[in-house]
Design a protein around this ligand. Structure first.
Ligand code: G3H
Ligand code: 13P
Ligand code: NA
Ligand code: ZN
Length: 328
């Protein structure tokens, strides 16, 4: 059944687990997530970006999610709008049946320029007020996601930075977070603690701690009833990176967020963990390998099935590591 993010994350807080939130654009990703959740008895958060609705087409995305809910009636599913760039995006998601929306007011609608605190409060409060009338949950974001190592916002391909950030914006301020929640009434808050979007997060293999878990603790202490969200939480699997590059790909050397650090965050109030890149890499690697090993094959179901299997295995590992397995 479709439930709201608030309902699911309240349960997660009560039982001290974290929920991976996987980005979805097509049937194979949704199959992989639902099959993994079914195998380990986990609830599910599916999230779609505005780009996902554009890619699939709004009716297709809506019907894919509704097919997942129909096929797995025993699994609680949240359908969440990822990174709503303006209130309009959030309201269109609600019209499309989403049970949760993210108003990302940390950036201007161009999704590149950092915004003012006042702007962020204004758009987020507007979305929260309207969404709560219809039982839809709201995630906000305070602070700018960017690597504490490189000082950069996420890069899609590792070549050419999107922009360098003022270092002070890379960590969410606990006092400001408390003020923000009070003024907007969001259910969940995405915080900046050293993660960044995309595959190119860290240039060195993380040895010690790459995230500021101390900051998670401080924020959680100030806003214990607001569920914390970690974006940019892919672990960038080294085995899939190697497979991609061994079978004709050309990705640069890079490292992601160690799963153990995410688990540490979950101990201190993180309840939603956004993951997109890991599933992108698993499906790309699996398809490259299949086509290399089976040059005569031209039945796409064969390589899509490999992609689904590869993504399923990552989903299952995250449900287990974050403690969501057995909680459906
Ligand atoms: O944070 C963004 C997600 O990875 C979704 O990316 O906008 O390319 O669908 P997208
Ligand atoms: P990754 O790029 O680390 O997978 O992060 C995804 C994300 O934060 C989507 O909102
Ligand atoms: Na989100
Ligand atoms: Zn994100």
């Amino acid at each position: 059944a479709l439930i709201s993010l608030r309902q699911l994350l309240d349960h997660a807080a009560e039982h001290s687990y974290g929920m991976p939130a996987f980005n979805v654009n097509n049937m194979e990703q949704i199959h992989a997530i639902m099959q993994a959740a079914d195998a380990v008895d986990s609830p599910v958060i599916l999230q779609g970006s505005a780009g996902a609705r554009k890619y699939a087409g709004e009716p297709f995305l809506r019907h894919l999610v509704s097919a997942a809910v129909e096929m797995y009636p025993h699994i609680p599913v949240v359908m969440h709008q990822d990174h709503g760039a303006d209130p309009g995006v959030c309201f269109r998601a609600i019209q499309s049946g989403f049970s949760s929306v993210m108003m990302d007011g940390s950036l201007m609608p161009d999704m590149k320029t950092p915004s003012s605190f006042e702007y962020n409060v204004e758009v987020t409060r507007k979305v929260a007020e309207m969404s709560h009338f219809v039982g839809v949950s709201v995630e906000g974001e305070l602070g700018c996601l960017g690597s504490l190592e490189t000082g950069k916002m996420g890069e899609e391909d590792g070549h050419g930075a999107e922009g360098e950030l003022d270092h002070s914006m890379l960590l969410t301020d606990p006092e400001e977070a408390a003020q923000f929640v009070k003024m907007t009434d969001v259910d969940a808050l995405a915080i900046a603690i050293g993660t960044s979007h995309g595959a190119y997060k860290f240039t060195q293999k993380p040895t010690g701690k790459v995230l500021r878990i101390d900051r998670v603790k401080e924020i959680h202490a100030r806003i214990p009833n607001t569920h914390l969200v970690m974006h940019g939480s892919s672990s960038v699997p080294e085995d899939w990176l190697e497979i991609i590059n061994n079978y004709g790909g050309d990705m640069g050397q890079t490292y992601g967020v160690p799963v153990e650090e995410i688990v540490e965050g979950i101990k201190h109030g993180v309840r939603k963990v956004n993951i997109d890149t890991d599933l992108r890499m698993a499906s790309t690697g699996a398809i490259r390998k299949h086509l290399h090993d089976n040059p005569a094959n031209f039945d796409p179901r064969k390589f899509f099935a490999e992609a689904t299997k590869a993504m399923k295995s990552i989903c299952q590992a995250r449900f287990e590591a974050f403690g969501a397995a057995g909680k459906a």
